[in-house]
Design a protein around this ligand. Structure first.
Ligand code: BGC
Length: 804
């Protein structure tokens, strides 16, 4: 698998690069990001400020700012995840005895002789080694080690060591805190207002601490960063400040065998922290009293050890190494600290500025893993949605509907934040962005509520906030569905499905398409689950909710009716992605591939040609096939039967085959879903898609997008593909169901999960065998259901093997 990254030490626990390649640097920065769920810092070179090659970025989960910009003659508002001041910046140069200072050194300097970057996944540390040599052969070896503390989510440290070869004198070091930053990490957004921070204030405090605070505008939030710089040998700092930052300069004696070092310890505080207080004073105090580097590192590594124990997935070989990297980035974006925050799942992690840090439906690919390993985190993310229920209700009301209409893209407030215009970089044209018509996002939220509650048995949540979400989404679907008397069925019109390419019928004036099969089938599912949930609620709660949501018998009868009579279109023996999809023109895929090579973004290619993808049977990503991703075959058959359709094996296989040939995979989620669906169908091509999903970020398959932030849905989804997709695993009230499919390329793997009150249940998959170990402890008997309905009960402390 070609990722271009080295596996140093062959342990499968490092991710690294052995050469400095400026054109690859942004990808390296994104993939070497360090974070702790509260904030993350891109893996940028400490020597370099933002420019064409380097893009340092630090992002605090949930820290958005809203600004207006003039785009194509229109005023547009955007909510962006804010790039915070750069705390990593460090400049250094040689001062050889009796000579003038040498040049400031960086990876871009001509004196660079060796360069290596190593991400140590086990310990959550990033190392960078540089060797410089001047024309007279005088060497300077520089080693940076960075951590973003997983134990204390307000801290990070970067330590730099300097070794001199062939000279002695001093090394001049400048430790900077740079607040002159903007959101300029994504070229396509350069028309948008990029400055989000103002009101900068700097201080210096005893103990080598420099502090900087600034604020976002809307909502106004104060963010303060304080850096304590320690050096060896210890030397006094010369301090200077500008209107937006601070500098602490040191001259450290150095000679062969007498290295020098400098450590920057960051403390980050904001006005939203609890308990409240002056963020700048709090940051300065926290930086001053933080432990030294070895102690901070030891506590950080201990926190990572605990995470790896709970999150463990062991897959041999290169696939396993990539999966570990995916897991590492997932846990850095959504860690146990996230459970205490009010944040959602940012589609591009905390790793860059693509999609402006927004939250989409991608949690559909992320929460299942979290629910099985870190249920508190999954619950925290669902509570983020629950707190935004009032906003979703208001959005539905504005659309003249009842219930809750969750936004396609959102950030802090929970209001719709999807851009209204987007730029086609191929044609240079600004185009209307109708992707906000993806109403299916509400069903994704409801689906996660249901699945989380089943996997964890968390009835408190299901009957509390969970029920409110699920029932409000159901109420929305019941209101959005309109009976078409001629058809004798309900229809949901004017939407966009997961395939964002089709946002209108060719030539139509109104946006959206009708009866997107994925939207309608999942809506029917939500309505059916809503009824089921009402049936199981304690009577007092049921009465309370029915009163609150104005649900009466007549209304519920309509839910039932809609859930059975939503229109699901078919054509030529396959499920139609939406009504009329089969009547669109066929695209000459071969001709387009021959002409353009990479046709993932077919929409942009066709628009630049003066055509539109709306005219063709061509999808960006899995849409109808998403149904096979969310539901087991028997569940899907049941769902279709409830809707009055017979979905036999042959229809499903033909549907898969049909869309496989008509999908350009313009989203990383596409290969993931196709890999999953084909693996479950034992399709020959399954691994090709799984492999592409694995390579999504590490090989940057979408052509330059990883540097703008990782694709968190695909990263988490690949882990889940192994743990649930291949194993057919489902945790529920009846225990753990497992129904593995054999995938030749992944014959053996192991992981631990939490299920039915047991934490640390270990599952091992080998060719035709499955092993399970239930940890000793208070959890009680553990139920396992194997293919064919074979049921077994294991006692705590028991380990057993089964033939498959
Ligand atoms: C995909 C969406 C996804 C979004 C954020 C888009 O390219 O089409 O399905 O939610 O990226 O990851």
């Amino acid at each position: 698998m070609g990722s271009g990254a080295v596996n140093a030490g062959r342990s499968g626990w490092t991710w690294g690069y052995d050469a400095y390649e400026p054109e690859r640097e942004r990808l390296v920065e994104a993939l070497c990001t360090l974070g702790n769920g509260r904030f993350a810092t891109r893996g940028s070179a400490p020597e370099c400020a933002a420019g064409p090659v380097h893009y340092p970025g630090t992002y605090l989960a949930g820290c958005y700012d809203r600004r207006t910009s003039l785009v194509d003659g229109r005023t547009v508002e955007n909510e962006d995840l804010v790039n915070l001041p750069n705390w990593t910046l460090l400049r250094y140069r040689r001062l050889p005895e009796g000579e003038a200072a040498g040049p400031w050194l960086s990876p871009d300097s001509g004196e660079l002789r060796h360069y290596a970057v190593r991400l140590d996944l086990r310990h959550g540390t990033l190392h960078r080694d540089l060797l410089f040599q001047d024309a007279r052969g005088r060497g300077l070896r520089v080693g940076h080690t960075r951590i973003v503390h997983m134990g204390d989510p307000g801290l990070a440290v970067q330590r730099t060591t300097f070794h001199a070869y062939g000279w002695s004198g001093e090394i001049e070091v400048e430790s900077l805190l740079d607040g002159d930053v903007a959101n300029t990490g994504v070229e396509r957004y350069h028309h948008l207002e990029s400055r989000h921070l103002s009101g900068h204030r700097t201080v210096f405090a005893p103990g080598g601490v420099a502090g900087l605070s600034c604020r976002t505008d809307d909502p106004g939030r104060v963010v303060a960063l304080a850096v304590r710089t320690d050096t060896s040998p210890e030397r006094p700092a010369r301090t200077t400040s500008t209107s937006t930052g601070t500098a602490q300069a040191y001259r450290l004696p150095i000679a062969r065998g007498r290295p020098a070092w400098c450590a920057k310890t960051l403390a980050l505080r904001t006005s939203s922290d609890r308990p409240p207080g002056d963020p700048l004073a709090a940051a300065v105090e926290a930086a001053a009293r933080a432990a030294d580097f070895p102690a901070l590192r030891a506590a950080h590594e201990a926190a990572w050890r605990r995470l790896w124990e709970e999150g463990e997935l062991h897959v041999p070989g290169e696939a396993g190494r990539i999966l570990r990297l995916h897991l590492f980035h997932l846990l850095q974006t959504l860690s146990p600290h996230t459970a205490d925050l009010d944040v959602g799942v940012p589609a591009r992690g905390l790793h860059g500025e693509a999609y402006r840090g927004h939250v989409f439906w991608d949690e559909l690919f992320v929460l299942p893993y979290l629910g099985l390993h870190f249920p508190e985190v999954a619950r925290g993310l669902l509570m983020y949605r629950h707190r935004r229920l009032p906003a979703a209700r208001a959005t539905a009301r504005r659309a003249g509907l009842r219930g809750a209409m969750y936004p396609w893209q959102s950030g802090g407030s929970g209001n719709e934040e999807t851009q209204e215009l987007h730029l086609n970089p191929r044609s240079g044209r600004w185009l209307p962005d109708r992707s906000r018509l993806q109403r299916h996002v509400g069903s994704a939220v409801a689906y996660n509520v249901w699945k989380y509650a089943r996997a964890t048995g968390d009835r408190g949540f299901l009957h509390g906030g969970g029920a409110e979400i699920l029932l409000e989404v159901a109420r929305f679907w019941a209101a959005a569905a309109v009976l078409d008397p001629a058809l004798g069925r309900y229809r949901i019109r004017g939407v966009v499905g997961p395939d964002e390419y089709h946002d209108a019928y060719p030539g139509a004036e109104v946006p959206g398409v009708d009866d997107n099969a994925y939207t309608n089938v999942t809506a029917a599912w939500v309505l059916a689950r809503g009824l089921e949930l009402l049936g199981e609620l304690p009577p007092a709660r049921r009465e309370e909710l029915c009163g609150l949501l104005a649900l009466d018998d007549e209304g519920l009868a309509r839910w039932d009716d809609v859930s059975r009579r939503l229109h699901v279109p078919f054509h030529r023996g396959v499920i139609s992605q939406f009504e009329g999809f089969g009547e669109l023109a066929e695209l000459d895929w071969e001709a387009y591939r021959a002409r353009y090579g990479d046709i993932r973004r077919l929409d942009r290619i066709l628009e630049a040609e003066g055509d539109t993808v709306n005219r063709y049977q061509a999808s960006k990503q899995a849409d109808a096939l998403m149904l096979g991703y969310l539901f087991r075959p028997d569940e899907l058959v049941g769902l279709f039967a409830r809707l009055g359709h017979r979905l036999d094996d042959e229809t499903w296989r033909s549907t898969v085959d049909y869309y496989l040939r008509r999908t350009s995979h313009g989203s990383t989620l596409s290969s993931l879903v196709h890999g999953w669906v084909l693996a479950r169908l034992k399709g020959a091509e399954a691994w090709r898609y799984c492999e592409e999903a694995l390579l999504s970020d590490v090989a940057d398959v979408q052509g330059g997008t990883t540097g703008e932030g990782v694709h968190l849905g695909a990263m988490a989804g690949t882990i889940d593909l192994v743990e649930r997709g291949i194993t057919g695993l489902e945790a529920g009230p009846e225990g753990l169901r497992v129904d593995p499919v054999a995938l030749r390329e992944l014959p053996r793997f192991a992981f631990t999960l939490s299920c039915g009150g047991h934490r640390g249940v270990r599952l091992r998959i080998l060719p035709a065998r499955l092993g399970i170990r239930v940890p000793a402890g208070p959890g009680g008997p553990f139920s396992l259901v194997l293919p064919g309905g074979r049921r077994f009960t294991l006692l705590p402390g028991e380990e057993r093997w089964f033939g498959l």
